[in-house]
Structures are given as C-alpha cells and as structure tokens.
Design a protein around this ligand. Structure first.
Ligand SMILES: [Mg+2]
Length: 260
C-alpha cells in the first residue's frame, strides 16, 4: 500500500460484496475501519449492485454520505432533517415501467427449464434479478439462453456470480458515481480523479477502475487480473474485508501524519 498518495484524497467509493464483506459477513474490524474513515472526515459512498431495500438500510444505519445501488440505477442521500431521498438515472416512473415490461417479457419466453426470480426481487426498484446460482442451479447454457433472449428483446442482461440482472437504461456503476460526485459533491471529473479513491474486488468493478485512477483491489481480485483491461493501481495483501482494513489503516495513518 505504499505507492498510493492519500494526501489529496477526500472521498471513498467502495464496492460492498467481497470488498467490505468477507464470505458474506461484515466483520467488526471492517465496520470499525469504515466508521474511523467517516469520523476522520472522509466521505464514504458504497457502490453496489445490491437491491434498493439493502441500500435503504445502508443509508439509514451506516456512517455513509450516500449510496449507489442496483448497479448505478439510483443514488440515495441523507437529507438535513435526517430522512433519505433517492435520485434515479431516468425517472422513477420510467424505471418502474421498464421493470414491469421485463417481468412480462420473462413470462412470454418459451424455455425448457424453470426460472425463479431472486428472493429479494420485491426489494428492487429498477433491476430484475433472476436466480442463477443463489438458491437455483441454472447451467451456464441456460443463463446464456436467458441473456440472449432478453438482449434480443431490447434489454441489457448480465450474469453476476449469483443472479442474471436484466434492466433497460445506459447506466452503470461508474456513470452514476460520476453523476453523484458532480451533483452532490461538486466534483468535476478531473477533480474527482485527484480526490476520489475506489476499492473493489471483481471484474464487474472494471468500469470503476477505469474511471478512478486512484484505486485499490482487495487480494481476492488477483485471479481475475489477467482478463481485466483496467486494473487497480494498488493491491492489498488481505482478501475482502481484511484488505479493506489495510487500505483504511494506510489512509488513516496518512491523515494522522499530516495532522502532526
Ligand atoms: Mg464485489
């Protein structure tokens, strides 16, 4: 963690799954590191593919300045009076209509296998998540067949490790992060490149590594690096939440040094 200069940094964008969480759990050490960064004045913003229901909980209970959810479909903010507000990539009504249309399209597909929605589908505002390998066990060929069918119907479809996500719209994590930085933190792209650090763990974070040159990969990203055109500037020794703590400690020590 030595080649990264933390001095100009003010804001942390962090992936959640397998970056903050370790084997699906948020450890006390990782949560403490998150709190210490926030207490030291760093604005922390989780950037996740997770559902709206999860984002609402994060925003209301974690020491974060904002959250980006469902792969960049929206961002959420705490308001001055302590409530939360949501900003969508397109209008909320448009996203709702698109989501209904995707669910209708799913019913019309003639498939030779059963398809189940992700159990958290009712907590999603924009995305449609089909269970791939969470509780279901679809084959790769079946997942590819679904992606092809939705793409042919004019939607975007992508496989994560557990879900097939289907949506309409040209958003992604990086595009929405840039919009949030501009609208809420008044950071233009050049300033964001100087002041923002991103930490992530997987190939689906590649647009974020491309957009934010100050970037860290937790060690579980190593097996994926060969296939990635845009890689993190620094790697941690530890995996997942342990690696996050390493990065946080390096940043906190830089802040202490500068405060004398
Ligand atoms: Mg992740």
């Amino acid at each position: 963690m030595t080649n990264l200069d933390y001095s100009p940094l003010t804001l942390l964008l962090t992936d959640v799954d397998d970056t903050l969480t370790t084997q699906g759990r948020l450890s006390p050490e990782t949560y403490t590191a998150l709190c210490q960064l926030a207490d030291a004045g760093v604005s922390v913003v989780p950037i996740t593919g997770g559902c709206a229901g999860w984002c609402d909980m994060i925003l209301r209970t974690w020491p974060v300045a904002a959250v980006v959810g469902e792969g960049g479909a929206f961002y959420g903010l705490r308001t001055a009076n302590g409530s939360v507000e949501w900003h969508f990539w397109d209008s909320a009504e448009q996203h709702r209509a698109d989501q209904s249309a995707i669910l209708e399209t799913l019913k019309t597909l003639s498939l030779s296998f059963d398809v189940a929605l992700a159990k958290d589908q009712p907590l999603r505002w924009v995305d449609v998540a089909i269970d791939y390998r969470q509780d279901a066990h679809l084959t790769k060929a079946q997942a590819d067949q679904l992606c092809t069918a939705f793409t042919a119907a004019g939607y975007q479809a992508k496989c994560s490790s557990i879900h097939i996500n289907v949506w309409r719209g040209d958003f992604n994590k990086a595009a929405m992060a840039k919009r949030l930085l501009r609208e809420v933190f008044s950071l233009d792209e050049a300033t964001a490149q100087e002041q923002v650090l991103f930490i992530g763990d997987a190939p689906n974070d590649e647009p974020m590594f491309e957009a934010f040159p100050n970037s860290v990969g937790v060690a579980n990203i190593v097996p994926h690096l060969d296939g990635m055109a845009h890689q993190p500037k620094q790697l941690t020794q530890g995996k997942a939440g342990v690696g996050f703590v390493e990065m946080a400690n390096a940043w906190l020590s830089n802040l202490r040094d500068r405060q004398g």
